[in-house]
Design a protein around this ligand. Structure first.
Ligand code: ACO
Length: 381
């Protein structure tokens, strides 16, 4: 339906936050919030998470099919090659590490923006598509390299180059610690990375596609996506769950603590979702992994989960609210050997896979996003 510009649709007819409004067509991934199911190009990511690799998920999102074993190996080699640090970016990293907490998404967002400039990103509408594709892939692959280097530099250690013998998840841990990681730890990280690789038209994906739709360079789009993801209501919750568990401290304090928080009008981190009205399948898999890890923190997280669901649903009955992907993510990442200060910026390590696929989809059939707002201010004077 077309409308005259002088007659924009009223904001009253749209749900706040565009909840449930389809603003684009995509074939990358989808979330069914009622069934509690999501998929990457038709494939259930929870199956890949249990048995496959992060390269499988990224390849699937990128090309639309799961890779053969040879294709997976070639793709892994291509990612490693794209991790080569541009010298000018390497020289800039010590200053970036000094800007603020090197594991924060804020510093990462700035570093990704710097990476885009360093590799010569230009408006994609003014360069050939092949250059744009290379730039998208390079920024995504540089992500874990940059994160690990910033973390080490902040501790006065030299960055570690990626190992030619390791795949993506193992290489991430290798570049953080400089030690070949244990296979069970890599498996835990891999599970998280696969589950978090994409998730429909979420806030950060929408933000990324809005930025790219103006022809802005892909460094701008990917750093903008990290900016959106960093908010506490979106990916920033991953950081706040471990501090919530630490503040609660003990199973005997769970209900009081959570009730107090809700009474103050504050949110319970790791609960609720804009789309899911039933169990978040990512949470189900991560809870399984957490149970395998065991220990007091997992036991506490399980009581927190049960209590939070009861409290949230007794206060508001309009729709069902459950725990989300973030509740057990910290426990799993901690077991995998990711330092707590890198939890937040490990989320975009994974999500780069989905963002890159979405970016390519946006570029393939672009129209600038330019919605309208209903003006409710003073009359023209
Ligand atoms: N704690 C307390 N109250 C909540 C929570 C929560 N975690 N989630 C929903 N509610 C209540 C609030 O009262 C809210 O009403 P208000 O806006 O008037 O305060 C109402 O339910 C909103 O309900 P929904 O429509 O179900 O949720 P919405 O789409 O507005 O928000 C969101 C979804 C942002 C994820 C929310 O549930 C939240 O803030 N959760 C905590 C942060 C979090 O864990 N984010 C990670 C999400 S997963 C991800 O992005 C990767």
């Amino acid at each position: 339906m077309t409308r005259a510009i002088a007659d924009p649709p009223s904001a009253d007819v749209l749900p706040r936050g565009l909840e449930g409004v389809a603003v684009a067509a995509t074939s990358v991934s989808d979330v069914d919030g009622i069934a509690g199911f999501y998929h990457y190009r038709g494939v259930d990511p929870t199956t890949i998470a249990r048995t496959g690799t992060f390269e499988d998920a990224w390849y699937l999102l990128h090309y639309g099919e799961l890779p053969s074993s040879n294709e997976r190996n070639d793709f892994a080699a291509r990612i490693r090659a794209a991790m080569t640090m541009p010298p000018v970016l390497g020289d800039t990293l010590p200053s970036l590490a000094a800007l603020g907490p090197p594991g924060s998404m804020d510093v990462l967002r700035t570093a990704v923006s710097a990476a885009g400039v360093a590799i010569g990103c230009r408006p994609w509408t003014e360069q050939d598509h092949e250059s744009t594709e290379v730039q998208i892939f390079t920024i995504a692959a540089l992500g874990p390299r940059v994160r690990a280097a910033l973390y080490r530099l902040a501790r006065g250690r030299e960055p570690v180059d990626p190992s030619p013998g390791l795949d993506f998840a193992a290489n991430y841990l290798w570049m953080i610690h400089g030690v070949v990681p244990d296979a069970t730890r890599v498996r835990a990280l891999e599970t998280y990375l696969v589950l978090a690789a994409d998730h429909g038209f979420c806030n950060s994906t929408f933000a990324e596609r809005v930025i790219a739709s103006s022809g802005a360079d892909v460094g701008a789009a990917l750093s903008g996506a990290i900016g959106a993801l960093s908010g506490p209501l979106h990916g920033g919750a991953i950081d706040r769950v471990p501090s919530m568990l630490a503040a609660i401290g003990d199973t005997s304090r769970v209900e009081r603590w959570m009730r107090d928080r809700l009474d103050r009008g504050e949110r319970l981190m790791g609960f609720g979702h804009a789309v899911y009205r039933t169990l978040d399948p990512r949470n189900t898999v991560l809870r399984e992994v957490a149970r395998g890890i065991g220990g007091e923190r997992v036991a506490l997280a399980e009581v927190v989960e049960r209590t939070g669901i009861v409290l949230l649903n007794e206060r508001k009955t309009d729709k069902r609210r459950e725990a989300n992907v973030e509740l057990y993510a910290g426990v799993v990442l901690d077991y995998a050997g990711v330092p707590e200060e890198l939890f937040a910026c490990t989320f975009p390590v994974a999500r780069m896979a989905g963002w890159t696929a979405n970016l390519l989809e946006q570029l393939a059939d672009n129209r600038i996003f330019r919605p309208a707002a209903q003006y409710v201010g003073r009359e023209p004077r």
